[in-house]
Design a protein around this ligand. Structure first.
Ligand code: 2P0
Length: 324
């Protein structure tokens, strides 16, 4: 039996979204994206290769997965086995440190932690760019979770250069997020299926990568200027452009729930009172508020009038992958 290796990766929220693939097999995106890694939400994954195993054994949060459910994990392990010339199956034990009600996707932190732990356990010594490309093969958003702080996933041209780069691992100005948990249930349409349907059927989709490319350039300037209001405005507008593509798909769909619109209305109202707060949303109904730590107490006080306190999760920027 080989030595167990444990890695920790934090989740990230995109300020400029990844939405749509040009190569679904290799997970090459149609547009580059930009995210903020978050400190309180992470996955710890331990991988051990062993010649005693007759198949990969995967457990998440104490639940043993079936062969079918662990297929995406085994696919990533197969890539690692090929690269490392490793014949053995693996035991994978993964624990998500995301509050149970958060309803935040764990595929970003999960596949980043798996790529880091499994590659090292298999005997590979990958640098972070190679790790980012490997994590990408598990899930697109995992590409960015290799790094902390502000991260850009450069779409590249193919497997060799579609990878993340750190823009600012240690952020030197005041920015964080408040996650408003509106619905912790699993999403109705998984992001993978949702974006595939949009790419295949929405007549508006071709406008998306063009708009996202412009938004990304503007966002990088806003980050350099440490301009929280501009970052928020750009993130909000970019998220809504992404969500506009779902309504124009066939059949149409939306990740919005009635409570999503209520939350958006509330944030717009808070902004009208002079607080710097902006919203973004991913492939689910929960709303993430972009704001400063300084104004978080005032924003939280208002949000608590409408949402239970344990559905409001404050998240500072977080670090990249670490071995434990
Ligand atoms: C993002 N999302 O940039 C975008 C915004 C959701 C909306 O990345 O198919 O689970 O595994 O590459 O990474 C979620 O999609 O999809 C996602 P796959 P993933 O964060």
């Amino acid at each position: 039996m080989n030595q167990p290796v444990t890695a920790r990766a934090h989740t990230n929220i995109a300020l400029i979204k990844y939405w749509g693939k040009s190569d679904p097999e290799l997970i090459i995106p149609q547009n580059s994206s930009l995210s903020l890694t978050l400190e309180p939400f992470y996955t710890d994954t331990t991988v051990t290769f062993s010649n005693q195993l007759t198949r990969d054994q995967v457990s998440i949060d104490g639940q043993q997965l079936t062969v079918a459910a662990s297929q995406r994990v085994s696919q990533l392990l197969n890539l690692i086995r090929q690269q490392a010339n490793q014949q053995n199956f693996a035991q994978v034990i993964s624990i998500n440190h995301v509050p149970t009600a958060a309803g935040l996707a764990s595929s970003a932190s999960g596949f980043a932690a798996l790529a880091a732990a499994a590659s090292k356990a298999a005997g590979l010594d990958l640098d972070r760019q190679a790790l980012s490309r490997l994590a990408r093969r598990g899930s697109g958003s995992a590409t960015r979770s290799v790094y902390g702080g502000f991260v850009e996933w450069q779409k590249g041209h193919g497997d060799a250069d579609s990878q993340a780069i750190p823009l600012q691992e240690k952020i030197d100005f005041d920015i964080q997020m408040i996650v408003i948990v509106l619905d912790p249930r699993p999403k109705k349409i998984a992001s993978r299926a949702g974006m595939a349907r949009v790419v295949a059927t929405s007549p508006y989709y071709p406008a998306w990568p063009v708009a996202a490319t412009k938004d990304l350039a503007a966002m990088k300037t806003a980050i350099l200027k440490k301009d929280l209001n501009l970052i928020g405005q750009l993130a909000e507008a970019n998220a809504m452009k992404m969500h506009a593509t779902t309504l124009s798909a066939t059949p149409p769909f939306t990740y919005f729930e009635p409570e999503t619109l209520q939350a958006i209305d509330l944030i717009q109202g808070l902004r009208a009172t002079g607080l710097s707060c902006y919203y973004t949303m991913d492939a689910g109904p929960n709303v993430k508020v972009i704001c400063s730590a300084k104004e978080t107490p005032a924003i939280l006080a208002r949000l608590r009038q409408h949402f239970p306190a344990d559905h409001l999760l404050v998240a500072k920027p977080g670090p990249g992958i670490a071995y434990l």
